[in-house]
Design a protein. Structure first.
Length: 446
């Protein structure tokens, strides 16, 4: 029986391992970005708008090409009888009242169950339409450019949200590790004081101080672990995987940081921000619409070639070719052109004002992000200095405590200050990474 138990246990262990591995996912920052871009539904909508704009551009180009159309009809008159035209004598050419020798004998038109069939093919080519076809193609091209910039803008937003979720998860992971170290540190101190209490070297109150601090640290560790799981679920939501997936992140806090070059931030943003490129495209569209108003009131010239064939029962069966041209010249429209031009000019001016206003807003945004980034950089340096001093203070206090120069309270305070200093450094470093991404988005290079 024992011979079967070990293989069964091995299979069960392997099965559990496979289940756990299936629910785990190791991700770098770039991999998280790629998954978020692939999954994001808003970005998919933006991609579909790009497809629509490309199709509209191709549709506009077809207006340069001739149109070929075929038409046909069939009519049937059941129950119709033959029509008889009676004979008659034609009047005299000199006197209508006097009959002549010319006689019409009469005839029968075979219209019983008459059917009428017709069909034809027409080829139409616009020759001049006041520039409407050319302007429509330019507008379609601009529409494609606008849709591309809208897609890039949404993509940058997705990347920023992903980076925030990723670095917040990094921060929470580091805080969990730090909390675990802090609990172990207090465990060691509690064990030391317990031995001292049993030997009668310290009162019970000293031991209780450590126990209270340790309980508080364990509660904070629990909160950190729960926070880490919540941050995991948030990243899972963004990248489109199951919320119960155990994500293992490969990035960590980078202690050696560098401040990006901020000297050309505003000029770069004015040249690269997608919002300004979209608004610039809208100004271009408004100008095209203004030109279209003039095109509506210019002559329209077109040519047509066609063939029509008719068959009326047994009476008629023939076809005809036809070639034609059409010219339309607007003459008077009760100042319609003037009113339309006023509307078009107003739209152009509105688009320009909107562009200028957005420029001002984006310049302010870039300045604010630059200040925040510089502030974040200084905060990292200060937090690292504070961590170093807290580490030195803790080491000095531990030595003094061992020789009886510092109290338990002094040691607990030094440990708490050390833990707080490291937590501040983690927060500063991960926030700095997020601010760098914000800066890249602000200058249009994300």
């Amino acid at each position: 029986m024992m011979n079967y138990i070990k293989p069964i246990i091995s299979l069960v262990t392997l099965f559990v391992f496979l289940i756990q591995a299936e629910g785990q996912k190791t991700l770098s920052l770039q991999e998280s970005r790629d998954l978020a871009i692939e999954y994001n539904k808003t970005l998919k909508v933006s991609a579909l708008k790009k497809v629509e704009a490309e199709a509209q551009k191709k549709e506009a180009f077809t207006n340069y090409l001739p149109n070929l159309a075929a038409s046909g009809s069939a009519m049937y008159y059941p129950g119709m009888e033959d029509n008889t035209i009676p004979g008659m004598t034609f009047p005299s050419a000199s006197d209508p009242n006097v009959p002549s020798d010319a006689l019409f004998p009469g005839m029968v038109l075979e219209t019983e169950d008459l059917s009428i069939l017709s069909g034809g093919v027409n080829l139409t080519q616009p020759i001049y339409a006041g520039g409407q076809v050319r302007l429509a193609n330019k507008m379609a091209t601009t529409g494609v450019e606008i849709s591309e910039q809208a897609f890039q803008l949404q993509k940058a937003e997705v990347i920023l949200n992903t980076d925030e979720a990723y670095w917040n998860l990094v921060a929470m992971r580091e805080n969990v590790t730090l909390s675990e170290k802090y609990v172990l540190m207090l465990d060691s101190l509690a064990a030391t004081l317990n031995d001292s209490y049993e030997l009668g070297l310290v009162p019970k109150s000293e031991q209780l101080k450590v126990i209270v601090q340790k309980n508080d640290a364990e509660l904070n560790l629990l909160r950190a672990r729960n926070g880490y799981r919540i941050m995991q679920m948030n990243l899972c939501r963004i990248i489109g995987v199951s919320l119960d997936t155990q994500i293992q992140i490969t990035e960590g806090v980078k202690e050696n940081i560098a401040l990006p070059d901020l000297s050309n931030g505003i000029s770069t943003a004015m040249a690269e921000r997608q919002e300004l490129k979209i608004l610039d495209g809208q100004i271009e569209l408004s100008n095209y619409q203004k030109k279209l108003v003039n095109a509506d009131f210019l002559p329209q010239l077109g040519a047509q070639v066609g063939y029509q064939h008719y068959k009326v029962g047994d009476l008629l069966d023939q076809g005809n070719f036809a070639v034609g041209a059409s010219l339309s010249i607007p003459i008077f429209h009760w100042n319609e052109k003037k009113h339309k031009k006023t509307v078009a000019k107003s739209r152009v001016e509105r688009a320009r004002l909107n562009y200028s206003d957005t420029q001002d807003m984006l310049q302010l945004e870039v300045q604010q992000v630059m200040i925040k980034l510089q502030e974040g950089y200084e905060y990292v340096l200060l937090s690292q200095k504070n961590k170093q001093e807290a580490q030195e203070s803790l080491e000095e206090t531990e030595v003094s405590f061992e020789v009886g120069l510092n109290t338990t309270t002094d040691l607990l305070n030094a440990q708490a200050a050390w833990q707080n200093a490291l937590a501040q450094e983690i927060s500063a470093l991960t926030e700095f990474e997020i601010l760098k991404t914000r800066y890249q988005k602000a200058i249009g290079q994300l």
